[in-house]
Design a binder for this molecule. Structure first.
Ligand SMILES: [Zn+2]
Length: 479
C-alpha cells in the first residue's frame, strides 16, 4: 500500500520534469472546501486525445474544481510567457497517455497562470495518478526572457506540468460532493489536489528537497503549523498518516478509499516554505466553507453546533458536524437559527403555494413550514420554541408564535437579536423620541426596557440577557 515514487528525468539541457505517483489504500473521512485572490490553473486536454479519459464533462469539472481550490489560496506573481520577436522556448513534459517525452514548442502561458496537460493511461500496480512540473530547453532570446522562464514561480522555472491518471484503478469517484463517495471508491478530487501539489513543487522542487534532512522537513512555516519539524517519507511526501488539527493531510504517501482529503493547512505550509504566497487564514487554521457567504448565523456548540449560511449563487446551506454542509433552501435575504436547530429564513425568490412571500421555519423532526404570508423581511431572529421575530420594512417588527400568529411588537428596526428563550433586543431609530433607541424585551417579565437612547447598528443578546451593541463608532459595548 506504500507508493512508488517515480523520479523521471530526461538528460538534456534544463529538462527537469519530475513526477511522482499517488497510491490508494483504505480509510474513512469527509470535509469541504474554497475561496481568495489567486493564481489560475488552466487544464489542457489536447494530450487526452487517444483515450479520451476526460471526455466526460463531470471529470473535467471536478479536476478544474480541485485546481481552483488549491490555486485560490496562492497569490504569487507569475509573469506571462509570451514567445515571439526572437524569444522562443521548448517546454516539455511526459505525454500523459504514453509517457513519452512531449514538447509543445513556444507555448504561451498567461500571467499568474500555470498550464497542466491532463490525460490518462494504465499505470502499473496501485498507482492512482502521476503528476509533476514540466521542464524545458531551447530557451533563446533576451536576458529578460530567459530570466522569466528560469525563475518563474517560486524560483524553479514553473510554467505548469502534467497529470496522468491511472485508467485501471477500480472505483474512481468523480462526483463533486464528498458525501457521495462509496466506501471502496477512490476520490478523484483527493488524488487531483495531491498531484497538483507536486506540480506546484511540493516534494519535487529543489526548494523543497533542500529543506529535507534526517527524515524531517525543516521549513519554518510547516514546523510552526505541525509543532515540530515534519516527518517525511523519502523527500517527496509527508510521512504516511500524519495529521494536522486532527485532520489527514493530502501530501502524505497514499490516499484512502472512501474519503475526501482536501489540501490541508500543513500542505499549504509546505508550499509557503518553498516560496509560494499563501492566503494567511489557511495557515492559521481557518477552514474555508464552499463559497463566500453573504449571511451567516450560528448557534449551539460542540456536536450540536449548527451554522446556516447564504452563499450567493448557491442558495442557503446548513452546516452540522455530523452532516457537513447541506443545501436547505433557495437564496435568502434573512436568516436565523436557535441552539436546538430551529431555523427561520426569508428567501425573496420563494413563493408559497398561494403565490405569496412567506417566512419559512424549520423545526428538527417536523421539517419546514411556511409562516403566514408576510412582507419582505430584512432581519430575523428565532427562539428554540419556534418563536420568529422579523423586521418587515414598511410595517415594523413582528413576533410570530404558533399560538398567536403575527403580533406587532415595535416600530421598524435596524438591528435585532433573539436568544434561545425568546428574549429580544431591537434597535429602532425614530424621530419619535419615545421610540428612538435600543430596547430589550424580557420573556419572563413580558416587558420592554430601553437600554440606550442611541439606536445601535448591530446587536446581540446572550442567555443571561447581556446585550452587546455597536453604535457605529467607539467599538462594541455591553450592558
Ligand atoms: Zn505524491
Amino acid at each position: 500500500m506504500f507508493g512508488r515514487i517515480f523520479w523521471w528525468r530526461v538528460g538534456a539541457d534544463h529538462n527537469v520534469s519530475r513526477s511522482d505517483s499517488r497510491t490508494v489504500g483504505l480509510r474513512i473521512e469527509g470535509l469541504e472546501d474554497r475561496d481568495c485572490p489567486a493564481i489560475s490553473i488552466q487544464i489542457d486536454y489536447s494530450f487526452d486525445d487517444t483515450n479520451g479519459f476526460f471526455n466526460d464533462p463531470a471529470r473535467r469539472a471536478i479536476l478544474q474544481q480541485a485546481a481552483n481550490d488549491v490555486a485560490a489560496r496562492l497569490d504569487t506573481n507569475l509573469p506571462a510567457i509570451i514567445p515571439g520577436g526572437g524569444n522562443s522556448w521548448q517546454p516539455s513534459f511526459y505525454d500523459p497517455e504514453t509517457g513519452a517525452l512531449a514538447v509543445v514548442p513556444n507555448l504561451s502561458v498567461p500571467a499568474n497562470t500555470i498550464v497542466i496537460f491532463a490525460g490518462a493511461r494504465d499505470h502499473p500496480g496501485d498507482v492512482g495518478a502521476v503528476g509533476g512540473y514540466g521542464g524545458y530547453n531551447g530557451v533563446t532570446g533576451s536576458t529578460a526572457w530567459v530570466d522569466t522562464i528560469q525563475s518563474r514561480g517560486p524560483g524553479f522555472g514553473l510554467w505548469g506540468g502534467v497529470l496522468s491518471v491511472d485508467t485501471s484503478t477500480p472505483g474512481w469517484y468523480f462526483g463533486a460532493s464528498a458525501g457521495g463517495i462509496g466506501p471502496t471508491q477512490v476520490d478523484f478530487y483527493s488524488v487531483a489536489v495531491h498531484e497538483i501539489g507536486h506540480i506546484l513543487g511540493f516534494g519535487s522542487a529543489p526548494q523543497f528537497t533542500s529543506l529535507v534532512s534526517g527524515g524531517v522537513f525543516t521549513g519554518t512555516t510547516a514546523t510552526a503549523v505541525y509543532g515540530s519539524a515534519v516527518p517525511v517519507s523519502g523527500t517527496a511526501h509527508w510521512q504516511e498518516g500524519i495529521t494536522v488539527g486532527g485532520q489527514p493531510v493530502s501530501m502524505d504517501v497514499a490516499t484512502q478509499r472512501g474519503s475526501r482529503i482536501p489540501f490541508s493547512r500543513l500542505d499549504y505550509a509546505g508550499l509557503k516554505d518553498i516560496g509560494w504566497t499563501v492566503f494567511p487564514p489557511v495557515l492559521e487554521g481557518w477552514t474555508s466553507q464552499t463559497a463566500p457567504a453573504s449571511l451567516l448565523v450560528s448557534a449551539g456548540s460542540g456536536s450540536s453546533l449548527i451554522t446556516v449560511g447564504n452563499f450567493p449563487g448557491y442558495g442557503v446551506w446548513k452546516f452540522t458536524p455530523a452532516g457537513g454542509w447541506q443545501n436547505i433552501a433557495a437564496e435568502a435575504s434573512a436568516l436565523a437559527v436557535a441552539p436546538n436547530g430551529v431555523i427561520a429564513l426569508y428567501s425573496p425568490g420563494y413563493l408559497g403555494s398561494d403565490g405569496q412571500h412567506h417566512v419559512q421555519r424549520y423545526t428538527p423532526g417536523s421539517g419546514w413550514v411556511d409562516l403566514p404570508a408576510s412582507a419582505p423581511v430584512n432581519l430575523l431572529g428565532v427562539a428554540s420554541d419556534g418563536t420568529a421575530v422579523a423586521n418587515m420594512p414598511g410595517y415594523g417588527v413582528y413576533k410570530y408564535t404558533t399560538a398567536t400568529g403575527y403580533t406587532s411588537i415595535a416600530a421598524e428596526a435596524t438591528a435585532l437579536a433573539v436568544d434561545a428563550t425568546g428574549n429580544i433586543v431591537i434597535s429602532t431609530p425614530s424621530t419619535n423620541p419615545s421610540i428612538n433607541g435600543t430596547w430589550r424585551y424580557s420573556v419572563t417579565s413580558n416587558s420592554w426596557v430601553r437600554v440606550s437612547a442611541l439606536p445601535a447598528t448591530l446587536v446581540a443578546i446572550s442567555s443571561d440577557l447581556t446585550v452587546y451593541a455597536s453604535f457605529g463608532t467607539n467599538g462594541v459595548w455591553r450592558i
